[in-house]
Design a protein around this ligand. Structure first.
Ligand code: SF4
Ligand code: SF4
Length: 293
């Protein structure tokens, strides 16, 4: 009962923080992505890379990810929020209609997770070669961003809208579908090393028997990929960058053995720590945008 309450509270805090970012800073994803595209375009043109607001937001989010892990993905990205909300609704409906929720086989998930690196390479390659503008009509983010800004005109957005609808169907079937399989920024973040004191870890020797609770709730299969790994620290975990810092593992672990940093009694996903990390991210992004505008 106590565990149930803790999980519900964790999820409520997660959704609340996501909502705050959705309302106050919905464009961080787009700004960081534009920054990455701009840098590659300039390199392709052998031209000067200016320190634009987009580049500044990109650097800020990358540094933040290095220090705090992918907290941005777990709590601050509008597209991640959209994926969570769609899957929450879909899983509730599936439970009601079929009595269970469909889950993707772990092997297939792990294979499809490599696709986002191909997407990232394709986007950056097209920018480098100067051709990204020719395929930008497929960009689902532009459509999502204009809908969020209450602009529902569809002129020139048909292809992007179809891509967005396909992604929404995927989001309804697999938790964090876009993040796991398609997001180029997710692929970039996954390559950033994370400080050991904030990286999500567990020590198998301290686990409560074979409960596997953290593996069941993790949308990324992060712990499953470390089966048998007794070395939870930086550089020795497989797929460490795939963790999106949702901290659901910390909420379900009965012996507080899973979560960001295991150096003290904190689980790392306590509401005040989550709100503190959210405040730092929001302040940092707003500050750089303000200074450079
Ligand atoms: S993986 Fe991409 S879409 Fe998902 S939360 Fe991270 S940046 Fe956002
Ligand atoms: S459940 Fe834990 S390991 Fe899995 S993505 Fe969330 S924070 Fe990372």
């Amino acid at each position: 009962m106590k565990k149930m309450k803790r999980q519900t509270r964790d999820i409520l805090v997660n959704r609340l923080v996501q909502l705050i970012f959705f309302l106050l800073a919905p464009g961080i994803y787009a700004s960081a992505f534009n920054g990455a595209k701009y840098v590659l375009t300039q390199i392709g043109k052998v031209d000067v890379i200016d320190f634009t607001p987009f580049v500044a937001v990109l650097i800020t989010v990358l540094i933040y990810t290095f220090i705090f892990g992918r907290f941005f993905c777990g709590y601050a990205c509008s597209f991640g929020f959209l994926g969570d909300v769609v899957y929450d609704a879909s899983s509730a409906l599936q439970k009601k209609a079929f009595g269970k929720v469909y889950t993707i086989p772990a092997g297939l998930r792990s294979l499809l997770m490599k696709v986002k690196y191909v997407v990232l390479a394709a986007v950056l390659g097209l920018c480098f070669l100067g051709y990204y503008g020719k395929v930008s009509f497929l960009d689902p983010w532009e459509v999502f961003a204009s809908f969020r800004a209450l602009d529902f005109s569809l002129t020139g957005k048909t292809a992007g809208l179809l891509v967005l609808l396909a992604i929404l169907i995927g989001m309804a079937c697999v938790r964090r579908f876009f993040c796991l399989f398609l997001c180029p920024m997710g692929a970039l973040f996954a390559m950033i090393p994370v400080m050991p004191f904030t990286m999500v870890q567990r020590q198998p020797a301290r686990c409560a028997g074979k409960c596997h609770q953290c593996e069941k709730v993790c949308p990324t299969g992060y712990f499953t990929s470390q089966e048998g790994d007794d070395a939870p620290f930086l550089g020795r975990n497989t797929g460490a960058g795939e963790c999106i810092s949702c901290y659901r593992c910390a909420g379900v672990c009965p012996v507080s053995n899973a979560g960001p940093g295991r150096f003290n009694k904190l689980r790392g996903n306590e509401w005040y720590l989550v709100l503190g990390k959210a405040a730092i991210l929001l302040a940092a992004v707003k500050l750089v945008a303000e200074l450079l505008s």
